[in-house]
Design a protein around this ligand. Structure first.
Ligand code: NAD
Ligand code: DAU
Length: 354
Protein backbone atom coordinates (compact mmCIF):
# COMPACT_ATOMS: atom_id res chain seq x y z
CA UNK A 1 0.00 0.00 0.00
CA UNK A 2 0.93 3.65 -0.13
CA UNK A 3 0.84 6.02 2.85
CA UNK A 4 -0.64 9.41 1.95
CA UNK A 5 -0.48 12.40 4.31
CA UNK A 6 -3.04 15.19 3.93
CA UNK A 7 -5.32 13.01 1.80
CA UNK A 8 -8.47 14.79 3.01
CA UNK A 9 -7.37 18.16 1.63
CA UNK A 10 -7.90 19.54 -1.86
CA UNK A 11 -5.07 17.94 -3.82
CA UNK A 12 -4.66 14.95 -1.49
CA UNK A 13 -8.30 13.88 -1.82
CA UNK A 14 -8.18 14.27 -5.60
CA UNK A 15 -5.03 12.15 -5.57
CA UNK A 16 -6.58 9.39 -3.42
CA UNK A 17 -9.74 9.28 -5.57
CA UNK A 18 -7.65 9.21 -8.71
CA UNK A 19 -5.27 6.58 -7.37
CA UNK A 20 -8.06 4.19 -6.42
CA UNK A 21 -9.83 4.79 -9.73
CA UNK A 22 -6.71 3.54 -11.53
CA UNK A 23 -5.28 0.91 -9.21
CA UNK A 24 -6.26 -1.59 -6.55
CA UNK A 25 -3.26 -0.77 -4.41
CA UNK A 26 -4.67 0.35 -1.02
CA UNK A 27 -4.11 3.79 0.47
CA UNK A 28 -3.55 4.61 4.11
CA UNK A 29 -4.79 8.18 4.34
CA UNK A 30 -3.29 9.99 7.33
CA UNK A 31 -4.74 13.44 7.98
CA UNK A 32 -5.17 15.70 11.00
CA UNK A 33 -8.44 17.07 9.64
CA UNK A 34 -7.67 20.73 10.17
CA UNK A 35 -10.21 23.23 8.82
CA UNK A 36 -8.90 22.24 5.34
CA UNK A 37 -9.46 18.50 5.73
CA UNK A 38 -12.87 17.35 4.57
CA UNK A 39 -13.91 13.69 4.62
CA UNK A 40 -16.90 14.64 2.47
CA UNK A 41 -14.41 14.71 -0.40
CA UNK A 42 -13.90 10.97 0.11
CA UNK A 43 -17.53 9.98 0.66
CA UNK A 44 -17.47 7.77 -2.44
CA UNK A 45 -14.83 5.60 -0.69
CA UNK A 46 -16.84 5.13 2.51
CA UNK A 47 -17.31 1.38 1.98
CA UNK A 48 -14.15 0.80 0.01
CA UNK A 49 -11.74 -1.50 1.87
CA UNK A 50 -8.85 -0.18 -0.21
CA UNK A 51 -9.07 3.15 1.64
CA UNK A 52 -8.00 3.22 5.29
CA UNK A 53 -8.41 6.58 6.97
CA UNK A 54 -6.51 7.45 10.16
CA UNK A 55 -6.85 10.81 11.83
CA UNK A 56 -3.48 11.98 13.08
CA UNK A 57 -0.85 14.69 13.09
CA UNK A 58 2.40 14.29 11.14
CA UNK A 59 4.13 15.83 14.17
CA UNK A 60 3.30 12.63 16.09
CA UNK A 61 6.46 10.74 15.15
CA UNK A 62 5.78 7.67 17.30
CA UNK A 63 2.22 7.39 15.99
CA UNK A 64 3.36 7.64 12.37
CA UNK A 65 6.16 5.12 12.90
CA UNK A 66 3.75 2.62 14.48
CA UNK A 67 1.43 2.94 11.48
CA UNK A 68 4.30 2.50 9.03
CA UNK A 69 5.48 -0.62 10.85
CA UNK A 70 1.96 -2.00 11.01
CA UNK A 71 0.92 -1.33 7.39
CA UNK A 72 4.31 -1.59 5.66
CA UNK A 73 3.72 0.89 2.81
CA UNK A 74 6.06 0.86 -0.18
CA UNK A 75 5.85 4.67 -0.43
CA UNK A 76 4.90 7.84 1.40
CA UNK A 77 3.26 10.63 -0.60
CA UNK A 78 3.39 13.75 1.56
CA UNK A 79 0.72 16.40 0.93
CA UNK A 80 -0.05 17.43 4.53
CA UNK A 81 0.62 21.11 5.07
CA UNK A 82 -0.84 24.44 5.96
CA UNK A 83 -1.33 25.78 2.44
CA UNK A 84 -2.93 29.23 2.42
CA UNK A 85 -0.59 32.22 2.02
CA UNK A 86 -3.00 34.73 3.60
CA UNK A 87 -3.37 32.55 6.70
CA UNK A 88 0.41 32.32 6.96
CA UNK A 89 0.58 36.11 7.06
CA UNK A 90 -2.02 36.36 9.81
CA UNK A 91 -0.63 33.43 11.84
CA UNK A 92 2.67 31.86 10.79
CA UNK A 93 3.03 29.56 13.81
CA UNK A 94 0.95 26.66 12.47
CA UNK A 95 2.93 26.80 9.22
CA UNK A 96 6.24 26.40 11.04
CA UNK A 97 4.79 23.61 13.14
CA UNK A 98 3.24 21.49 10.40
CA UNK A 99 5.29 22.34 7.34
CA UNK A 100 8.73 22.34 8.97
CA UNK A 101 8.52 20.40 12.24
CA UNK A 102 5.87 18.07 10.83
CA UNK A 103 7.92 17.24 7.74
CA UNK A 104 10.98 16.70 9.93
CA UNK A 105 9.01 14.37 12.17
CA UNK A 106 7.65 12.45 9.18
CA UNK A 107 11.14 12.14 7.70
CA UNK A 108 12.46 10.75 10.98
CA UNK A 109 9.67 8.17 11.16
CA UNK A 110 10.29 7.28 7.51
CA UNK A 111 14.04 6.95 8.07
CA UNK A 112 13.56 4.56 10.99
CA UNK A 113 10.99 2.47 9.12
CA UNK A 114 12.94 2.41 5.86
CA UNK A 115 16.25 1.66 7.61
CA UNK A 116 14.85 -1.60 8.98
CA UNK A 117 13.35 -2.87 5.71
CA UNK A 118 14.85 -5.89 3.95
CA UNK A 119 17.15 -4.92 1.06
CA UNK A 120 14.67 -5.38 -1.80
CA UNK A 121 11.91 -3.38 -0.10
CA UNK A 122 14.43 -0.80 1.01
CA UNK A 123 15.54 -0.20 -2.56
CA UNK A 124 11.97 0.04 -3.81
CA UNK A 125 10.78 2.46 -1.09
CA UNK A 126 9.97 6.10 -2.03
CA UNK A 127 9.31 9.28 -0.06
CA UNK A 128 7.59 11.77 -2.38
CA UNK A 129 7.36 15.32 -1.04
CA UNK A 130 4.76 17.59 -2.63
CA UNK A 131 5.93 21.19 -2.70
CA UNK A 132 5.26 24.47 -4.43
CA UNK A 133 6.68 26.88 -7.00
CA UNK A 134 6.40 29.64 -4.37
CA UNK A 135 9.77 28.55 -2.92
CA UNK A 136 11.43 30.27 -5.91
CA UNK A 137 10.03 33.70 -5.02
CA UNK A 138 8.71 36.12 -7.61
CA UNK A 139 9.42 36.87 -11.30
CA UNK A 140 9.48 40.05 -13.38
CA UNK A 141 7.48 40.01 -16.63
CA UNK A 142 10.61 39.40 -18.72
CA UNK A 143 12.18 36.69 -16.51
CA UNK A 144 12.30 33.09 -17.74
CA UNK A 145 10.02 30.69 -15.83
CA UNK A 146 11.25 28.87 -12.71
CA UNK A 147 13.36 25.81 -13.45
CA UNK A 148 14.64 23.20 -11.00
CA UNK A 149 17.90 25.17 -10.71
CA UNK A 150 16.32 28.54 -9.90
CA UNK A 151 17.66 29.65 -6.49
CA UNK A 152 15.20 29.54 -3.61
CA UNK A 153 13.88 32.97 -2.53
CA UNK A 154 10.65 32.43 -0.56
CA UNK A 155 8.74 35.60 0.33
CA UNK A 156 5.89 34.55 2.65
CA UNK A 157 5.90 32.54 5.87
CA UNK A 158 4.07 29.83 3.88
CA UNK A 159 6.67 29.63 1.12
CA UNK A 160 9.54 29.92 3.60
CA UNK A 161 8.14 26.97 5.56
CA UNK A 162 7.76 24.92 2.36
CA UNK A 163 11.31 25.87 1.31
CA UNK A 164 12.59 24.66 4.68
CA UNK A 165 10.74 21.37 4.25
CA UNK A 166 12.22 20.92 0.76
CA UNK A 167 15.71 21.43 2.18
CA UNK A 168 15.08 18.87 4.91
CA UNK A 169 13.91 16.32 2.33
CA UNK A 170 16.96 17.02 0.19
CA UNK A 171 19.25 16.58 3.20
CA UNK A 172 17.68 13.23 4.14
CA UNK A 173 18.53 11.92 0.70
CA UNK A 174 22.08 13.25 0.69
CA UNK A 175 22.92 12.38 4.28
CA UNK A 176 20.99 9.17 4.93
CA UNK A 177 20.27 7.95 1.41
CA UNK A 178 16.49 8.07 1.99
CA UNK A 179 14.98 7.54 -1.50
CA UNK A 180 13.24 10.90 -1.86
CA UNK A 181 11.53 12.71 -4.72
CA UNK A 182 10.28 16.31 -4.63
CA UNK A 183 7.72 18.00 -6.88
CA UNK A 184 7.32 21.80 -7.05
CA UNK A 185 3.99 22.66 -8.52
CA UNK A 186 2.12 25.78 -9.65
CA UNK A 187 -1.43 26.86 -8.68
CA UNK A 188 -3.87 23.96 -8.81
CA UNK A 189 -7.60 24.29 -9.42
CA UNK A 190 -10.47 21.81 -9.76
CA UNK A 191 -13.04 19.92 -7.65
CA UNK A 192 -12.93 20.05 -3.82
CA UNK A 193 -10.86 23.26 -3.78
CA UNK A 194 -11.45 24.99 -0.44
CA UNK A 195 -13.31 28.26 -1.05
CA UNK A 196 -10.65 30.43 0.57
CA UNK A 197 -8.49 30.23 -2.58
CA UNK A 198 -9.07 32.54 -5.56
CA UNK A 199 -10.96 30.33 -8.04
CA UNK A 200 -13.42 28.57 -5.69
CA UNK A 201 -13.87 31.80 -3.69
CA UNK A 202 -14.83 33.74 -6.80
CA UNK A 203 -17.25 31.05 -8.00
CA UNK A 204 -19.00 30.74 -4.65
CA UNK A 205 -19.06 34.50 -3.96
CA UNK A 206 -20.40 35.17 -7.45
CA UNK A 207 -23.26 32.70 -7.00
CA UNK A 208 -23.90 34.02 -3.49
CA UNK A 209 -24.17 37.63 -4.71
CA UNK A 210 -21.09 38.65 -2.70
CA UNK A 211 -18.13 40.87 -3.71
CA UNK A 212 -15.34 39.29 -5.77
CA UNK A 213 -12.21 40.62 -4.00
CA UNK A 214 -9.23 41.50 -6.21
CA UNK A 215 -6.00 42.13 -4.31
CA UNK A 216 -4.19 45.29 -5.49
CA UNK A 217 -4.42 45.84 -9.25
CA UNK A 218 -5.23 42.20 -10.10
CA UNK A 219 -2.28 42.01 -12.51
CA UNK A 220 -0.40 39.38 -10.49
CA UNK A 221 0.30 36.36 -12.68
CA UNK A 222 -0.07 32.70 -11.71
CA UNK A 223 0.40 29.49 -13.72
CA UNK A 224 -2.76 27.38 -13.42
CA UNK A 225 -2.69 23.59 -13.40
CA UNK A 226 -5.77 21.36 -13.35
CA UNK A 227 -5.57 19.16 -10.26
CA UNK A 228 -6.07 15.94 -12.24
CA UNK A 229 -2.95 16.78 -14.24
CA UNK A 230 -1.03 17.31 -10.99
CA UNK A 231 -2.17 13.90 -9.71
CA UNK A 232 -0.99 12.27 -12.93
CA UNK A 233 2.38 14.02 -12.59
CA UNK A 234 2.80 12.76 -9.03
CA UNK A 235 1.99 9.21 -10.08
CA UNK A 236 4.56 9.47 -12.87
CA UNK A 237 7.29 10.85 -10.60
CA UNK A 238 6.53 8.20 -7.98
CA UNK A 239 6.84 5.45 -10.57
CA UNK A 240 9.79 6.71 -12.59
CA UNK A 241 11.44 9.70 -10.90
CA UNK A 242 15.18 9.66 -10.32
CA UNK A 243 16.05 9.43 -6.63
CA UNK A 244 16.94 12.69 -4.92
CA UNK A 245 15.65 14.75 -7.88
CA UNK A 246 13.15 17.58 -7.92
CA UNK A 247 10.60 18.04 -10.71
CA UNK A 248 8.70 21.23 -11.52
CA UNK A 249 5.05 20.67 -12.41
CA UNK A 250 3.14 23.36 -14.31
CA UNK A 251 0.24 23.90 -16.65
CA UNK A 252 1.79 26.30 -19.21
CA UNK A 253 -1.16 28.56 -18.39
CA UNK A 254 0.09 31.93 -17.16
CA UNK A 255 -2.76 34.33 -16.46
CA UNK A 256 -3.29 37.59 -14.58
CA UNK A 257 -5.72 37.26 -11.67
CA UNK A 258 -8.14 39.77 -13.17
CA UNK A 259 -8.30 37.75 -16.39
CA UNK A 260 -9.05 34.60 -14.39
CA UNK A 261 -11.87 36.38 -12.58
CA UNK A 262 -13.25 37.81 -15.83
CA UNK A 263 -13.22 34.31 -17.36
CA UNK A 264 -15.16 32.92 -14.39
CA UNK A 265 -17.71 35.76 -14.51
CA UNK A 266 -18.26 35.31 -18.24
CA UNK A 267 -18.74 31.53 -17.88
CA UNK A 268 -21.24 32.01 -15.06
CA UNK A 269 -23.04 34.72 -17.08
CA UNK A 270 -23.64 32.03 -19.72
CA UNK A 271 -24.30 29.02 -17.50
CA UNK A 272 -26.17 30.67 -14.61
CA UNK A 273 -27.23 34.18 -15.76
CA UNK A 274 -28.20 36.75 -13.15
CA UNK A 275 -31.60 38.38 -13.21
CA UNK A 276 -29.89 41.62 -14.26
CA UNK A 277 -26.32 42.61 -15.13
CA UNK A 278 -23.12 40.57 -15.12
CA UNK A 279 -21.15 38.83 -12.38
CA UNK A 280 -18.35 41.24 -13.35
CA UNK A 281 -20.39 43.92 -11.54
CA UNK A 282 -19.47 42.20 -8.24
CA UNK A 283 -15.70 42.71 -8.74
CA UNK A 284 -14.27 44.77 -5.87
CA UNK A 285 -10.68 45.98 -5.53
CA UNK A 286 -9.28 45.48 -2.03
CA UNK A 287 -5.99 46.18 -0.25
CA UNK A 288 -3.14 44.05 -1.59
CA UNK A 289 -1.66 41.02 0.20
CA UNK A 290 1.55 42.10 2.06
CA UNK A 291 4.67 40.94 0.19
CA UNK A 292 2.48 39.71 -2.68
CA UNK A 293 4.53 37.82 -5.29
CA UNK A 294 3.96 39.43 -8.67
CA UNK A 295 4.45 36.53 -11.04
CA UNK A 296 4.96 32.75 -10.96
CA UNK A 297 5.72 30.71 -14.05
CA UNK A 298 6.92 27.12 -14.32
CA UNK A 299 9.27 25.52 -16.78
CA UNK A 300 8.01 21.93 -16.69
CA UNK A 301 10.25 20.64 -19.48
CA UNK A 302 12.37 18.38 -17.25
CA UNK A 303 9.32 16.33 -16.32
CA UNK A 304 8.31 16.07 -19.97
CA UNK A 305 11.83 15.28 -21.21
CA UNK A 306 12.73 12.71 -18.55
CA UNK A 307 9.39 11.14 -17.64
CA UNK A 308 7.14 12.00 -20.58
CA UNK A 309 4.55 13.92 -18.54
CA UNK A 310 2.74 16.99 -19.79
CA UNK A 311 -0.62 18.44 -18.78
CA UNK A 312 -3.67 17.13 -20.60
CA UNK A 313 -5.90 20.13 -19.83
CA UNK A 314 -5.72 23.67 -21.18
CA UNK A 315 -7.01 26.41 -18.89
CA UNK A 316 -10.16 26.58 -21.03
CA UNK A 317 -10.94 22.86 -20.72
CA UNK A 318 -9.97 22.62 -17.03
CA UNK A 319 -11.88 25.68 -15.93
CA UNK A 320 -14.99 24.50 -17.80
CA UNK A 321 -14.92 21.22 -15.84
CA UNK A 322 -14.28 23.10 -12.62
CA UNK A 323 -17.13 25.59 -12.98
CA UNK A 324 -19.47 22.75 -13.93
CA UNK A 325 -18.39 20.80 -10.84
CA UNK A 326 -19.10 23.76 -8.55
CA UNK A 327 -22.50 24.33 -10.13
CA UNK A 328 -23.38 20.67 -9.58
CA UNK A 329 -21.91 20.53 -6.06
CA UNK A 330 -23.25 23.63 -4.37
CA UNK A 331 -24.16 21.47 -1.36
CA UNK A 332 -20.46 20.71 -0.84
CA UNK A 333 -19.66 24.44 -0.86
CA UNK A 334 -22.55 25.28 1.49
CA UNK A 335 -21.42 22.55 3.93
CA UNK A 336 -17.93 24.05 3.96
CA UNK A 337 -19.21 27.61 4.37
CA UNK A 338 -21.62 26.71 7.16
CA UNK A 339 -19.06 24.51 8.91
CA UNK A 340 -21.50 21.59 8.63
CA UNK A 341 -18.78 19.40 7.13
CA UNK A 342 -16.90 19.67 10.43
CA UNK A 343 -19.88 18.49 12.47
CA UNK A 344 -20.49 15.61 10.11
CA UNK A 345 -16.82 14.83 10.13
CA UNK A 346 -16.49 14.75 13.92
CA UNK A 347 -19.51 12.46 14.20
CA UNK A 348 -18.27 10.24 11.43
CA UNK A 349 -14.81 10.00 12.91
CA UNK A 350 -16.02 9.15 16.41
CA UNK A 351 -18.24 6.45 14.95
CA UNK A 352 -15.32 4.96 13.11
CA UNK A 353 -13.22 4.83 16.26
CA UNK A 354 -16.03 3.18 18.20
P1 NAD B 1 -5.07 21.80 1.72
O1 NAD B 1 -4.87 22.92 2.70
O2 NAD B 1 -6.32 21.75 0.93
O3 NAD B 1 -4.98 20.40 2.50
C1 NAD B 1 -4.00 20.13 3.45
C2 NAD B 1 -4.38 18.84 4.17
O4 NAD B 1 -3.36 18.56 5.14
C3 NAD B 1 -5.70 18.94 4.94
O5 NAD B 1 -6.48 17.80 4.72
C4 NAD B 1 -5.26 19.03 6.39
O6 NAD B 1 -6.20 18.50 7.30
C5 NAD B 1 -3.97 18.23 6.37
N1 NAD B 1 -3.04 18.60 7.45
C6 NAD B 1 -2.67 19.86 7.80
N2 NAD B 1 -1.83 19.81 8.85
C7 NAD B 1 -1.63 18.49 9.13
C8 NAD B 1 -0.85 17.80 10.09
N3 NAD B 1 -0.09 18.47 10.98
N4 NAD B 1 -0.87 16.46 10.09
C9 NAD B 1 -1.64 15.77 9.19
N5 NAD B 1 -2.41 16.38 8.29
C10 NAD B 1 -2.41 17.72 8.24
O7 NAD B 1 -3.80 21.81 0.80
P2 NAD B 1 -3.67 21.48 -0.76
O8 NAD B 1 -3.99 22.70 -1.52
O9 NAD B 1 -4.37 20.22 -1.05
O10 NAD B 1 -2.08 21.27 -0.87
C11 NAD B 1 -1.51 19.99 -0.64
C12 NAD B 1 0.01 20.10 -0.75
O11 NAD B 1 0.35 20.59 -2.04
C13 NAD B 1 0.62 21.08 0.25
O12 NAD B 1 1.83 20.54 0.69
C14 NAD B 1 0.84 22.34 -0.57
O13 NAD B 1 1.94 23.08 -0.05
C15 NAD B 1 1.16 21.75 -1.93
N6 NAD B 1 0.81 22.59 -3.09
C16 NAD B 1 -0.44 23.11 -3.23
C17 NAD B 1 -0.74 23.85 -4.36
C18 NAD B 1 -2.13 24.41 -4.59
O14 NAD B 1 -2.33 25.14 -5.58
N7 NAD B 1 -3.13 24.11 -3.76
C19 NAD B 1 0.23 24.07 -5.34
C20 NAD B 1 1.52 23.55 -5.13
C21 NAD B 1 1.79 22.80 -4.02
O1 DAU C 1 1.76 28.60 -6.54
C1 DAU C 1 1.34 27.51 -5.78
C2 DAU C 1 0.55 27.99 -4.59
O2 DAU C 1 -0.72 28.40 -5.08
C3 DAU C 1 0.40 26.93 -3.51
O3 DAU C 1 1.65 26.60 -2.98
C4 DAU C 1 -0.51 27.43 -2.39
O4 DAU C 1 -0.73 26.39 -1.44
C5 DAU C 1 -1.84 27.84 -3.01
O5 DAU C 1 -2.69 28.37 -2.00
C6 DAU C 1 -1.62 28.86 -4.11
O6 DAU C 1 -1.13 30.12 -3.55
P1 DAU C 1 -1.66 31.53 -4.06
O7 DAU C 1 -1.42 32.53 -3.01
O8 DAU C 1 -1.13 31.82 -5.43
O9 DAU C 1 -3.22 31.17 -4.23
P2 DAU C 1 -4.54 32.01 -3.88
O10 DAU C 1 -5.69 31.27 -4.48
O11 DAU C 1 -4.62 32.36 -2.43
O12 DAU C 1 -4.34 33.35 -4.70
C7 DAU C 1 -4.15 33.33 -6.10
C8 DAU C 1 -3.91 34.76 -6.54
O13 DAU C 1 -5.14 35.50 -6.37
C9 DAU C 1 -2.88 35.49 -5.70
O14 DAU C 1 -2.16 36.37 -6.54
C10 DAU C 1 -3.70 36.27 -4.70
C11 DAU C 1 -4.96 36.60 -5.48
N1 DAU C 1 -6.21 36.70 -4.68
C12 DAU C 1 -6.50 35.68 -3.83
C13 DAU C 1 -7.65 35.73 -3.06
C14 DAU C 1 -7.99 34.62 -2.09
C15 DAU C 1 -7.05 37.78 -4.85
O15 DAU C 1 -6.79 38.68 -5.66
N2 DAU C 1 -8.20 37.81 -4.11
C16 DAU C 1 -8.53 36.85 -3.20
O16 DAU C 1 -9.57 36.97 -2.53
Amino acid sequence: MIFVTGGAGFIGSNFVLDWLAQSDEPVLNYDKLTYAGNLNNLKSLQNDVRHVFVRGDICDQAGVLALLQQHKPRAIVHFAAESHVDRSILGPGEFIQTNINGTFSLLEAARTYWGALPDGEKAAFRFLHVSTDEVYGTLSPEDPPFSETTPYAPNSPYSASKAASDHLVRSYHHTYGLPTLTTNCSNNYGPYHFPEKLIPLVISNALGGKPLPIYGDGQQVRDWLYVGDHCAAIRRVLAQGRLGETYNVGGWNEMANLDVVHTLCDMLDTLRPKAAGSYRDQITYVKDRPGHDRRYAIDARKLERELGWKPAETFQSGIAKTVQWYLENQAWVLDVQSGAYKTWLETNYQNREA
